[in-house]
Design a protein around this ligand. Structure first.
Ligand SMILES: CC(C)(COP(=O)(O)OP(=O)(O)OC[C@H]1O[C@@H](n2cnc3c(N)ncnc32)[C@H](O)[C@@H]1OP(=O)(O)O)[C@@H](O)C(=O)NCCC(=O)NCCS
Length: 150
C-alpha cells in the first residue's frame, strides 16, 4: 500500500468533528455532533473512516439494533468531490465483513426512497428492500428499510 491507496481504519474520537463536517455537507438533515458522538461511543468497533492521500474522504457510522445479531448502518457519506470513485462501496464492504467477523448475521439501514445512487449501491452489495417507512425524515419524505443477511 502507498499513500495514494484508499485506506480504511477504525474511527477515533478525534475524528468526530471532521465526520460531522462531512455529514453536514452530505445530508439536508444531518446528524448533530452530539448524536455522532453517541453513535461512536455506543459501537466504536463499527465506525469506520476512509482515507485517501492521508485525508479523510468518507465515513460509515454503524451500530447495533435491538434485534439479536443484527447491525445497523446509521450513516455513510463520501465528500462530494470524491464520490463515484468506489470509496463508498469499499467502506461498506469493509463494514459488512467486520460485522460478519464479529458474529452478526444481518444488517439493516434506512435510505431515502429518492436516493437512487445509494439504493443502487446497497442492492449491489446484497441489501433488499423489505418495507417502506412513511414520513421517516424531517421533511416527511419516506425511507426504504433495507436488510442484508449474511
Ligand atoms: C452514497 C455514497 C456514500 C456512495 O459513495 P460513493 O463513493 O460515491 O459510491 P461508489 O463510487 O463506491 O459507488 C459504488 C456503486 O454505487 C452506485 N452508485 C453510487 N452513487 C451513485 C449515483 N450517484 N448514481 C448511480 N449509482 C450510484 C453505483 O452502482 C456504483 O457502482 P459503479 O461506480 O460501478 O456504477 C455517496 O454518494 C454519498 O456520500 N452520498 C451522499 C450521502 C448519502 O446519500 N448517503 C447514503 C445515505 S443512506
Amino acid at each position: 500500500m502507498n499513500d495514494k491507496s484508499p485506506y480504511i481504519r477504525h474511527m477515533r474520537k478525534e475524528d468526530i468533528q471532521e465526520v460531522y463536517e462531512i455529514e453536514r455537507k452530505s445530508f439536508p438533515y444531518p446528524f448533530g455532533e452530539a448524536l455522532i458522538t453517541n453513535i461512536y461511543f455506543a459501537a466504536p468497533e463499527l465506525c469506520f473512516i476512509i482515507e485517501y492521500k492521508r485525508e479523510m474522504v468518507g465515513f460509515l457510522l454503524g451500530g447495533y439494533t435491538g434485534v439479536e445479531k443484527q447491525t445497523h448502518i446509521l450513516s455513510i457519506a463520501v465528500i462530494e468531490n470524491y464520490r463515484s470513485l468506489g470509496f463508498g462501496k469499499r467502506v461498506l464492504l469493509h463494514f459488512l465483513e467486520r460485522s460478519s467477523l464479529l458474529g452478526f448475521n444481518s444488517t439493516k439501514l434506512e435510505v431515502n426512497v429518492d436516493n437512487e445512487g445509494a439504493i443502487k449501491l446497497y442492492e449491489e452489495t446484497g441489501f433488499e428492500i423489505v418495507s417502506r417507512i412513511r414520513k421517516y425524515y424531517q421533511d416527511n419524505s419516506d425511507a426504504f428499510l433495507m436488510v442484508r443477511n449474511v
